[in-house]
Design a protein around this ligand. Sequence first.
Ligand code: FAD
Length: 402
Amino acid sequence: MRVIIVGNGVAGTTAARLIAEHGQGVEIVLCSDEPYLYYPRPRLIDLVGCQVNPEQMPQFPAEWYAQRGITLRLNCRVEAVYPEKRQVLFQNGDVMAYDRLVLATGAHAWVPPIPGANLAGVYTLRTLADGLALCQAAHQAKRAVVLGGGLLGLDTSSALLAHALEITVIEVMPRLLPRQLDAEGAAVLQARLEARGLRFIIGEGCAAIEGDGHVKQVVLQSGRILPAEMVIISAGVRSNIALAQAAGLACGRGVVVDDRMQTSAEGIYAVGDAAEFRGVTWGIIPAALAQARVAASQIIGEAEVRYEEIVPSTTLKVSGIDLTSIGEVNPQAPGYTEVRFSQNGVYKKAVLREGRLVGAILLGDRADVRAINQLIAKGVDVSPYAEDLFRPGFDLMALART
Ligand SMILES: Cc1cc2nc3c(=O)[nH]c(=O)nc-3n(C[C@H](O)[C@H](O)[C@H](O)COP(=O)(O)OP(=O)(O)OC[C@H]3O[C@@H](n4cnc5c(N)ncnc54)[C@H](O)[C@@H]3O)c2cc1C
């Protein structure tokens, strides 16, 4: 059996590894349109922050693939998929037949239709090539504007501080990380980031990026002008679905899959940022890993392994600021209880529904992350201890073990 995997990000590489480890007599072809061995994208933040150099980016050496019998085709875009013939067409004109196909094509940075977004000096951060371009530009610039105060925007901005730039983050929503934080937590985080040297303009959007061929300034909706030599747009991602769409597969925001990661075409699976399950494309690594495991299991014949929705958990990587946001942190419906703790730049919040934890914010203290994750996953009834959850000395881990 030949399995072709399109995309060597975390989802494609994990699927290849698991099929190679557990499948018998499976030929695996893993291809990417990028020229690089698999690198974890969070490491791009370290690259931009001058913590690692490009040679340190790959997760595995070239031998790792050969030792597992994985044929790697880099710089090799898949141009078309023909589901009826079970074939793919590569960029160089090669046609290859598959028995199973895994679409792990990931996502790309979304650039909103802002006038001037196509000027030189405007960047996004998704690939190693983007990271290298950003580093090079940051060496020469004095002022940068980052559009977007989400996780990636804040990680990127903080990393750019290593280049001694003056950095202003623009967030159109009324606070930072609106999906991961509440108002109180966002205020604590903003104060800590300002203390590190970042500047923020919150609740105002960018009207235009201006320059004569190259960025000179950002114009805000109020008319305020921010001079800048570089602009980084961090406005979210969109799944790479063009290949699947052209092949006639059912697509929404992502390639639609069932709980076996099976797309609408027999023998074709989709995983990671490219996949849409029950209307959701998560865009985070835990989902990509879980989905890759399911697709790999299905392909090697473990049909009973199905995908179950994960509880999303995200972490900010700004060194010295620990922030983890898990599950539902801003419930809008009635029937939820919230427990808060705030002291000396540490902010914690637990969200309970029917006595069970369904979400949490842990800012400035990572100690409880494991216990909280377990309490959420196990659905432990914590109502008798609700007021004690964040009391210093209270053993959350012991509660999680019950
Ligand atoms: C800077 C940064 C930091 C991040 N930090 C975190 C974090 O801390 N935690 C977290 O959970 N998530 C984080 N993410 C998101 C996370 O990286 C993604 O969820 C993850 O990379 C998704 O993996 P994937 O394999 O589905 O897709 P991708 O990593 O996007 O890989 C898809 C690959 O397929 C290739 N491809 C696409 N189309 C084709 C084609 N037609 N032919 C050949 N190849 C193709 C693409 O070029 C790409 O190499 C971060 C992302 C970035 C950019």
